[in-house]
Unconditional design. Structure first.
Length: 605
């Protein structure tokens, strides 16, 4: 695999969930992705809470960061209020805490997992970090689906799809360069193939299933209506009345209790309850699949890929599925089209399974062929080739962007307040960095609302590295604007810069260097965080400093507006007139005369 630069790159991966009791297919994919990156790059996995995923990642030597952030289910099942819901999240403190996390870690690339995980993607893009959005599910098709496509496009540089099925929403030339197809894979050594026969025997013994029985299995990390357990049960009852030596194994965690209880009642009323066996969750799939003879995946929704179908093939099992999303794609790429039936066709499922039951030789040949075909289509070698192509895109992008940043000037000077059309966040530009202002209260507290806000493009803002956020948090000196006018309980006004506070000696000096309305009233203890500096000088006649948007001192010379020029001329004439009067009075005193109005008038004439 090529590297993005001579040194290892830093990559942050954001998981949408981290289940406490089991691990989902999407979590498995992200963990596998992290393992493949780790030998070449510095990888940090960010999870919203502790769970199975974080524990497994740590056991593999991966850096794990726990940082809470919410998901947005409306991206997966979009409605008319999708962007309003996203805008609310962008105003939440968690958005700014994510940006601060990204600023602290300073990754070269951010990758977010699943469609419902938009907040880390938005935070990374706002921070100017190249972002890849990995889609592991088929977004619901309805009248508002295009909104999801627009949102994902806005907050990503690349869209990684785990199948062609997930790309149904991203068609046309505008998405062509952004799409990256990366089918899932696995590491063969983690499955311990040499112990499969032993696992088959031990698992069956534990469940009370004889070695002479044929087991048809159903497996899903989460069991809820769209996973079609009720369809599997109806198929099983249909077949169970015909074949006495047929048993059924159900594995998964019920996440919809009412639905699962309804399924159990169907089993109890079937008269075949003793032939159904249940396993809530199995961390080691190599101890579960060997106990099965045929795997059935009756998903009623378009699967992003179908990890359980691929796993069944990996263990050399015949796999029968509905034609739902990525399940059909897996079947096509492994030569299993004949074992796919239309979604919802329960009798079709039963017919395919019965064909295998009637012909054990066909079942055996199909399993052996699947063992080979799945490795050719989705093995780790094929995965690394696809990942290499993706990484070439990332490397080219980083080189191009860094070159542009080096050669072209930044679009806005320090002191500007800027925002993008894509975010409500306002940034203060300081020392070549963009510092996000965390809330409207903070914005008003530092009197930033008195300065104009310039709107820039995402590309323009990406030119600025993310700086520390501006907030009202302690320590004050680190989280406030680096340059501002401030005062405590006394009357002295200070200008802060470089961690120092410099008092203004007069009101004239203050007005010359800044707008008095921009003075921030602070508790005295906050003033104590700054080192005392020299007083500000009185303004020179030929230099007129002003306080720009951020309060920093910047002297303006050269061309000025006519109105300003007129004011300067009038002030200059008055200063000259006062100086002439002082000279006249001194001259008269030396001569012993008094400066009367008449003498002054004569002097002028």
């Amino acid at each position: 695999m090529s590297r993005m630069s001579a040194a290892h790159s830093k990559v942050m991966l954001f998981s949408h969930i981290c289940n406490a009791e089991h691990i989902t297919g999407a979590e498995k994919l992200l963990l596998f992705f992290a393992q493949e990156l780790r030998p070449h790059h510095e990888v940090a996995l960010v999870v919203p809470t502790e769970g199975v995923l974080s524990a497994q990642a740590r056991s593999m030597g991966l850096t794990v960061i726990v940082h809470h952030y919410p998901v947005l289910w409306e991206v997966y099942d979009p409605g008319p209020g999708l962007f309003e819901a996203m805008d609310r999240l962008l105003h939440e403190p968690v958005f700014f805490s994510l940006m601060e996390l990204i600023r602290t870690y300073q990754p070269d690339l951010a990758i977010v997992n699943t469609s419902v995980n938009p907040l880390p993607a938005a935070a990374a893009k706002a921070a100017g970090i190249p972002t890849a959005w990995m889609l592991t599910e088929v977004i619901t098709q309805n009248a508002h689906s295009s909104l999801s496509a627009l949102l994902i496009d806005r907050y990503s540089d690349w869209i990684i799809g785990i199948s062609q099925a997930v790309f149904w929403l991203f068609q046309g030339s505008i998405f062509q360069d952004k799409k990256v197809l990366l089918y899932p894979s696995w590491h063969e050594d983690t499955l311990d193939p040499g112990h499969w026969p032993a696992h088959r025997q031990s698992k069956r013994a534990m469940l009370g299933i004889g070695m002479d029985r044929t087991v048809v299995g159903y497996i899903s990390s989460d069991i809820y209506p769209n996973k079609g357990l009720d369809h599997f049960i109806r198929m099983a009852v249909h077949l169970g009345t015909k074949y006495d030596r047929l048993s059924f194994l159900i594995a998964g965690k019920p996440t919809d209790t009412d639905y699962y209880q309804s399924c159990l009642r169907s089993i109890q009323s079937s008269g075949l309850a003793s032939r159904f066996h249940h396993v809530r969750f199995e961390k080691s799939i190599q101890q579960l699949y060997p106990a099965m003879d045929i795997v059935v995946i009756p998903s009623l929704i378009g699967e992003g890929f179908g990890m359980t179908a691929m796993e069944g093939l990996i263990f050399g099992k015949p796999v029968v599925t509905y034609r739902s999303g990525g399940l059909q794609e897996i079947a096509q790429l492994t030569g299993n089209d004949r074992y796919v039936v239309p979604t919802g066709d329960i009798l079709g499922l039963a017919g395919k399974v019965e064909t295998l039951l009637r012909s054990p030789s066909e079942a055996s040949e199909t399993g052996g062929r699947n063992f080979t075909a799945v490795r050719e289509a989705f093995g780790v070698g094929a995965y690394r080739i696809r990942l290499h192509h993706f990484w070439q895109k990332v490397a080219s992008h980083l080189i191009r962007v860094r070159t542009e940043h080096m050669l072209s000037p930044k679009p806005f000077p320090d002191g500007f307040l800027v925002k993008s059309r894509s975010y409500p966040t306002v940034f203060l530009l300081e020392h070549g960095h963009k510092r996000p202002v965390d809330t409207g209260e903070t914005f008003r507290y530092y009197k930033l609302h008195l300065a104009p806000i310039t709107e820039g493009t995402d590309a323009e803002l990406s030119r600025y590295p993310l700086g520390r956020q501006i907030s009202m948090s302690a320590p004050f000196r680190l989280h406030s604007p680096s340059v501002m006018l401030m005062k405590g309980s006394g009357t002295t006004v200070y200008l802060t810069a470089l961690g120092m506070k410099r008092p203004f000696p007069s009101g004239e000096a203050l007005r010359a260097y800044g707008d008095p309305e921009r003075i921030v009233d602070l508790p005295n203890e906050f003033l104590g965080e700054y080192t005392d500096g020299e007083p500000m000088p009185e303004p020179a006649a030929h230099v007129h400093p002003v306080l720009p948007h951020d309060g920093s001192i910047r002297a303006r010379r050269g061309r000025v507006r006519k109105s300003t020029l007129g004011k300067r001329k009038r002030r200059g004439k008055l200063r000259l007139k006062r100086e002439n009067r002082r000279k006249n009075r001194r001259s008269l005193r030396r001569r012993g005369l008094r400066a009367t109005r008449t003498l002054k008038r004569r002097k002028r004439n």
